[in-house]
Write a protein that binds this ligand. Structure first.
Ligand SMILES: Cc1ncc(COP(=O)(O)O)c(C=O)c1O
Length: 441
């Protein structure tokens, strides 16, 4: 079912020409799935360089929280750019302080919070790890299989959603022990409560091979993103909190993907009422301008001595202006839209799942939704090729999507997506599933 707005073959002639130029001068390492060459965007819609219009339910990998080119964000960026482009984090300015205040007002720590600004999620994770080591003076960490935390050497030591992220880069930072992330759909442990089983496993590690007194922090995504949009069982995050408190370990929530309203609450951890010691943000925070943040309990971050951690671009005025406008919009209603539109989306996908046995599970919170595809063999075998084919077909039909995990399609539209756009996406998805199941590539 071709969307009426797709007017050329895909990729069209202009996209083909751009992609050919790119192949000569741009690194081939970027994991690109299909040939979309962007011209411009508005809200949840984007146009390619051949004039074809698509619904964007990938949102720049969950970044465009306020949609493309939101007028309030664009105005804030223009205003800031007219004043000064850069001064460095060695000085003070209103946009940076204002952003710290806004984050402190919504931070889930349950006590005063401070922020350190950087440019990306991976740098936010690096900062969080450094803060944890600095405060505890302990060498070890616990991370989770399937986690994604970035690609610099520290964050990469935790990243494990695909082996290709690690292949060729060893050795990474020593001292990181991975444990399974609880997945009730694919239980690894006997018994019903996968969360409790993982907590018991960590306790066993503490007794046998990883002395708890040497562990600085546990780094975890409150909802696992790149690893498959996995929602942990109730009680799991609270259990981690308790474990950390018992052993003086810091709890770091990586909310780079799940934070800033994406799940219908400001931060995903609020679904379970569990407070981290340190939290990382990026992606949706700047609506597309590159900004990341390490947010920590004030009692912890104020222990960082002058010069212990710093950067050149952190708190860049334009990125901060975009983030201030974004937070105002998210707090002012987009978060609630994510909850309501997300509930509608989940209900529509659940309807679809009743008709398609290849849909193994639909899961998520707010507008962070995963749909896992399986083979029809009664063993819940991940349908990797089908997942890739559906994503190719949705592109040709006018809907941008991305995958995660092994065979999960993820839906992460802008937080201000409209219900009629979700319904349009469902129709395109259904047609694409039919085409992929018929073997159309
Ligand atoms: C949970 C999480 N942490 C960290 C990162 C790394 O962020 P960036 O790509 O901005 O470095 C990502 C990126 O997908 C992420 O999903």
């Amino acid at each position: 079912m071709r969307n009426d707005h797709i007017k050329t073959e895909l990729p069209g002639p202009n996209a083909r020409a751009m992609i050919a130029r790119d192949a000569e001068v741009i690194s081939p390492s970027y994991p690109r799935d299909y040939p979309f060459a962007m011209s411009h965007g508005r809200g949840s819609e984007v146009w390619d360089v051949d004039g074809n219009r698509f619904l964007d339910f990938a949102a720049g990998i969950a970044v465009c929280a306020t949609g493309h080119a939101h007028p309030q964000v664009v105005a804030a960026v223009q205003q800031a750019a007219g004043k000064f482009l850069h001064i460095s984090s060695d000085y003070w300015h209103e946009e940076m302080v204002g952003l710290g205040e806004r984050i402190a007002r919504v931070a889930p720590m349950g006590e005063p919070a401070m922020s350190f600004f950087c440019q990306s999620g991976t740098e936010a994770v690096e900062g969080a790890l450094k803060l944890a080591r600095y405060i505890t003076r302990r060498p070890r960490f616990i991370g989770f299989l399937g986690g994604f935390h970035g690609r610099t050497m520290g964050s990469l030591s935790f990243t494990s959603s695909k082996y290709t992220q690690q292949l060729g880069f060893a050795p990474t930072m020593p001292g990181v022990t991975h444990v399974p992330y609880p997945n009730p759909y694919r239980p690894l442990f006997a018994g019903a409560d996968q969360g409790k089983a993982v907590l018991d496993y960590i306790r066993m590690l503490f007794e046998r091979s990883v002395p708890a007194a040497e562990v600085a922090a546990i780094l975890v995504e409150p909802i696992q993103g790149e690893g498959g949009y996995l929602v942990p069982p109730d009680g799991f995050l609270a259990g981690l909190r308790k474990l950390c408190d018992e052993h003086g370990i810091l709890l770091i929530f990586d909310e780079v993907q799940s934070g800033v309203g994406r799940t219908g609450k400001m931060f995903a951890c609020e679904h379970w009422g569990v407070a981290p010691d340190i939290m990382t943000l990026a992606k949706g925070l700047g609506s597309g301008l590159p900004i990341g943040a390490v947010v920590a309990k004030k009692s912890l971050m104020e222990q960082w001595k002058r010069g212990a951690h710093g950067n050149t671009y952190g708190g860049n005025p334009i990125a901060c202006a975009a983030a201030n406008a974004t937070l105002d919009l998210v707090v002012g209603g987009f978060k609630d839209n994510a909850a309501n539109a997300g509930a509608h989306f989940m209900a529509r996908l659940a309807e679809l799942a009743r008709d398609y046995p290849c849909i193994g599970e639909v899961r998520g919170k707010g507008l962070m939704i995963g749909m896992e595809l399986i083979e029809s063999d009664d063993a819940k075998t991940p349908a990797r090729a089908l997942c890739d084919a559906v994503i190719t077909r949705t592109f040709h039909n006018g809907l941008l999507l991305l995958s995660c995990g092994v065979s999960t399609i993820r839906f992460m539209p802008p937080l201000n997506v409209r219900v009629e756009q979700i319904d349009e996406a469902i129709a395109l998805l259904k047609a694409s599933l039919d085409e992929a199941l018929r073997g159309e590539a």
